[in-house]
Structures are given as C-alpha cells and as structure tokens.
Design a protein. Structure first.
Length: 268
C-alpha cells in the first residue's frame, strides 16, 4: 500500500479514536451529573417522596402556603445530603402504600411506624422519630383511663394505621376516618368516645389550638419508632438515606428540626 494512503488511514483512525474518546467523556460527564442514578429512582436526580399533606405537624400546609412539616423538612434535608432534588406527591394515607408498590414514588415520609407486618413487605430506614401512643378523650370523660377501658368503646381511626390495630386489640369498635383532623371532629361532636394516635400529634394540636377541650387519658408503655419506608429491593437507596440521617443527627440538624416542631428532641 502506498505510503500516502497509510498516512491518510492513520490520520483517519486517529480522528475516529478522538471522536470516540470525546463521546465517551461526554457520556461519563452526563452520568456523573445525574445524581442518584445508582438508586433506581423514579426520576433520575430526584427523590420522589409520598406524604399526606394533611397530617400536622408532620406533613401539612399552613393555610394556602407551601407543604411543610417535621417529616417534610427531614426529607428535604436527606435529599440535600444525597445531592438530589426532592419532589413531594401528596397522597391519602389509605392509598400511600399501594402507590409505593406501584412505583409511583421512591419513599414514604409520613410517620410510618415500624412494625413486623410492614417489615415483611417493606424496607425501612433508621428511625427518625421515637414516640408513644396515646388515648385522647374529651376533658369531661372519666370512663377511660387505660387501654383496657377501650373495650366496648368507639374510637375514630384510619383503617391502615398502626393505631387502628392498637385500638382493635384493646377491644374498641372503630369508626373509619381519613386522618387526625376528622378523628378530632368526631370526638368533639360526641360521635366517638376516643381516638388513639401519636402523642406528638396531640401535643402539636394542643399547642396550636388550645384550649381544645381534649386530654390524654392514657399512654402506651412501649415506644413507637417511625422511619422512611421503601419497596423491598431498594437497599442502595435505603442505605444512602441511613447515611444521610446519621450525618444529620451528628451535625444537629435532626435535633434542630425537632425542637422547631415539638420543643424537644424526639429523634432518638
């Protein structure tokens, strides 16, 4: 083959190699800019979070304002630690796990209590809330002072909540509601005898609406732990969230958010 053709061929191959290198570099750069690609997210670079938006003080709107709350702020802080954008999908509690199962979002941040039944179906992060369950009644009710006293009484509960199980195990008849606000309305109207819920929910309600005419009649001995919930198999994302929570605990962010909403550190 003439030398000139060899020279041209070598030059052509060299240019091709440079082009391939440039393409390869561009793809690598693009992948590195897509944060969280290793987590199998619904939308690359974005942590899609399911939350009720009606569960004060954990996830709610202040009037017509933006979504806020204890769980919302922690989810935002976690996403920031992971270098991800965050998108919230407001979903009714009774449909929230079905949405997770269907892959509509990456995680639930809505005071999801850890229990054995849920642990069989879902992966949980490290807990970021520790609390007790309480029976809430009207101030004038002296018939309930323990969980045993719920036997034969009517309580207002969301049918898929941990508190529903506790109420029924205590012998209560349950009136189905969508959440805390509806339960309180029925209680004040005298249509139910009590509601079982998280102590922190009651304390926030009392703080922002006092006097409420309600009281804590009894509380559980055992504590309840709440965490982020993921689909089974989302181990990489769950482990990354655990790492972010550990950093947020160490730098005081979790305690700061907790103090803002409850006046105490309820994260451990």
């Amino acid at each position: 083959m003439p030398r000139r053709r060899l020279t041209v061929l070598a030059a052509t191959l060299g240019l091709s190699a440079l082009a391939l290198t440039a393409c390869s570099g561009g793809a690598s750069s693009e992948a590195s800019s897509g944060a969280g690609s290793e987590y199998g997210l619904v939308s690359d670079g974005t942590l899609t979070v399911a939350t009720e938006g009606t569960y004060r003080p954990f996830s709610f709107h202040e009037g017509a304002g933006d979504l806020t709350g204890f769980d919302v702020e922690i989810a935002r802080a976690v996403a920031e630690k992971l270098g991800l954008e965050v998108k919230f999908q407001e979903t009714q509690w009774d449909a929230i796990f079905a949405g997770l199962d269907a892959g509509r979002f990456d995680v639930i941040a809505n005071q999801v209590s850890i229990n054995p039944e849920r642990e069989e179906k879902y992966t949980f992060s490290a807990p970021y809330t520790v609390s007790r369950g309480v029976i809430v009644t009207t101030d004038g009710d002296t018939s309930i002072s323990s969980f045993a006293d719920l036997s034969g009484k009517t309580t207002a509960q969301s049918l898929t909540s941990n508190w529903y199980e506790l109420a029924t195990e205590s012998g209560a008849q349950v009136e189905a509601v969508e959440g805390w606000a509806q339960a309180v309305a029925l209680l004040k109207q005298g249509r139910v005898d009590a509601t079982v819920n998280d102590q922190l929910t009651y304390l926030d309600y009392e703080k922002t609406n006092s006097p409420t005419g309600l009281k804590i009649a009894a509380e559980t001995e055992d504590t309840s732990e709440s965490a982020f919930a993921f689909k089974k198999g989302q181990d990489a994302l769950a482990q990354a969230v655990d790492g972010a929570l550990e950093e947020l605990r160490a730098d005081g962010t979790l305690a700061e958010i907790s103090q803002k909403y409850f006046g105490a550190d309820v994260t451990q």
